[in-house]
Write a protein that binds this ligand. Sequence first.
Ligand code: ADP
Ligand code: DP6
Ligand code: CO
Length: 361
Amino acid sequence: MAEQKSSWVLMVTAQTPTNIAVIKYWGKRDETLILPINDSISVTLDPSHLCTTTTVAVSPQFTHDRMWLNAKEISLSGGRYQNCLREIRSRASDVEDEKKGIKIAKEDWDNLHFHIASYNNFPTAAGLASSAAGFACLVYSLAKLMNVKEDSGQLSAIARQGSGSACRSLYGGFVKWIMGKDDKGADSIAVQLVDENHWDELVILIAVVSSRQKETSSTSGMRETVETSPLVLHRAKEVVPKRVIEMEEAIKSRDFPAFARLTCSDSNQFHAVCLDTSPPIFYMNDTSHRIISCVEKWNRSEGTPQVAYTFDAGPNAVLIARNRKTAALLLQRLLFYFPPQSDADLSSYIVGDKSILKDAG
Ligand code: ADP
Ligand code: DP6
Ligand code: CO
């Protein structure tokens, strides 16, 4: 390494929001490269609500790569972390910090190590896509630190190798993860469908039913589904391709009734496929089911959908209201039927996107 003191530390901090799928990814065709069996579509949440903050530091004094998640050291030996680190390292460029007198040549990166500290401001491994925000932030912050010049599509293909859903968190707005055809995954990347301003009357509200860590991780859950569910291939081959086309259309034309119908159906089919797994996987609980009934009843009584619901691999509800007025009514209803800290176990509400709480005054 060029004539510099060995005491320097170079750091980058980044923040990445989580994303919630409205057409779900569930099932891989390649476990190592993380290649999915169907396309998926998600909405990225406002970073001021649910996000990961990651600081990556490099110093000649660090003897090996280390990572702390929510202040606890975790092992980086897993293939996913190693794959992301290797892919990013191989694309590193020269870095120069004149103020600190630091010069790192492209080839020096192979001999340097990282210390990484990451913090999720929302429950980890509870079905709110912490792996999505987490790996997207890891890849993004390392890419910044190492002056990687790839575009977001290429970075999304690296984040995908950390956690599939992570590839969609590198963009705001509505995002599609194209499953791709290539065996090596070169074309399995995320693209932005529309940006965050396109449909800005939508309000996303998250009802945290339980912040406990789920019993079956998404990774093992979807593996068991692919191995045992007779329904999952029908979903991936027959149902999702049509839904993806209809969902893109609904998003582009801001057609809320179509959007809500597709979002709710896809969430329900994803949980049906979990139930079709042997042994069955139950991600939702009684409170989740009661929230679904409550929204379905409301939508029916209005004659046209006011709210869409979707549940990832966990019991927590993601509710998408068509506008701020509906969101205010929704929050009122939730607080009435599921008062926080009651037996219903609905512990808190996180209002995402255009925050109705912040703007209420
Ligand atoms: P979730 O529904 O929260 O995405 P998953 O089972 O898909 O749950 O993934 C949880 C795993 O993702 C964690 O056990 C951890 O390995 C990884 N993860 C979560 N947050 C981060 C983070 N900030 N940085 C790196 N990895 C993370
Ligand atoms: C239900 O991306 O967490 O949230 O690729 O194994 O890390 P791995 O799984 P992950 O699965 C997400 C599943 C989902 C649906 C979705 O986000 O599309
Ligand atoms: Co996940």
